[in-house]
Design a protein around this ligand. Structure first.
Ligand code: SF4
Ligand code: SF4
Length: 184
C-alpha cells in the first residue's frame, strides 16, 4: 500500500525518540569500566622486575624499549639487573596485553585509565619515571589472582607489589599424574 514504508520508518523514529540514550555526556559523566579493562598507563612493579625484557620481545609492535645495567647485584646468580630505560610508546600500542602475558614475574600489569590525550605523539611515550609514578591500580586482565579476591581498580584502592599476588605455580605432580592416567 502506498505510504506504508513511510509509516514504518516514522514508527522506528518515534520508538527511538522516546527510548533513553545509551550514550553519556563525557567528561561530566563516565561509564563504569570493567575491572579487566586494559588501560593505558600500565602498572609496573620495579621490585619484581628482573629486566629480562620478555615483555619487549613479545610485543608484536616492538614499542617497548628496555636498557639494563648488568653490573648490578650479580645477575649471573639470579639477582636483578638495574633498569635504566623502560619506555612504552603507547601512541602505537594496541593494548593486546601480550607484554603482560609474557612477564614471568607478574611485574607488569595493564593499567585502568583511559584519558591520555596529547597534542604531540612523542608525549605518548611512557618513560620509566612515568611507570614509577603511575598510580598502582592494576587491571585484573590476565591476573586471576586479583579477580579471585574481587579487586576492582576503579574503586580507587592501590596495590603495592607484595599485595598483587602471583599466578599459582603449576602443580607438577598433579600434571604428571594426569598424564600417566591418559596414557592408560
Ligand atoms: S599491549 Fe601489546 S602492543 Fe601494547 S606494549 Fe604490550 S604487547 Fe605491545
Ligand atoms: S617481562 Fe616483566 S620482569 Fe621482564 S623486563 Fe618486562 S616487566 Fe620486567
Amino acid at each position: 500500500m502506498y505510504g506504508l514504508g513511510i509509516l514504518k520508518g516514522m514508527m522506528v523514529t518515534l520508538k527511538n525518540f522516546v527510548r533513553p540514550p545509551f550514550t553519556v555526556q563525557y567528561p561530566e559523566e563516565r561509564l563504569t569500566q570493567h575491572p579487566r579493562f586494559r588501560g593505558e598507563e600500565f602498572v609496573w612493579y620495579e621490585e619484581r622486575c628482573t629486566g629480562c625484557a620478555s615483555c619487549a620481545k613479545y610485543c608484536p609492535l616492538g614499542i617497548i624499549r628496555i636498557v639494563t645495567d648488568p653490573s648490578q647485584e650479580a645477575p649471573q646468580e639470579g639477582g636483578k639487573y638495574a633498569l635504566e630505560v623502560f619506555d612504552i610508546d603507547i601512541g602505537r600500542c594496541m593494548f593486546c596485553g601480550l607484554c603482560v602475558e609474557a612477564c614471568p614475574y607478574d611485574a607488569l600489569f595493564m593499567g585502568s585509565g583511559f584519558e591520555r590525550a596529547r597534542f604531540r605523539r612523542d608525549e605518548l611515550v611512557i618513560t620509566i619515571e612515568d611507570l614509577r609514578a603511575a598510580p598502582k591500580r592494576p587491571s585484573t586482565w590476565f591476573r586471576p589472582q586479583l579477580e579471585a579476591k574481587g579487586y576492582d581498580p576503579h574503586a580507587g584502592q592501590t596495590l603495592a607489589w607484595d599485595e598483587v599476588g602471583r599466578h599459582e605455580a603449576p602443580d607438577l605432580q598433579a600434571m604428571a599424574k594426569r598424564w600417566v592416567e591418559r596414557q592408560g
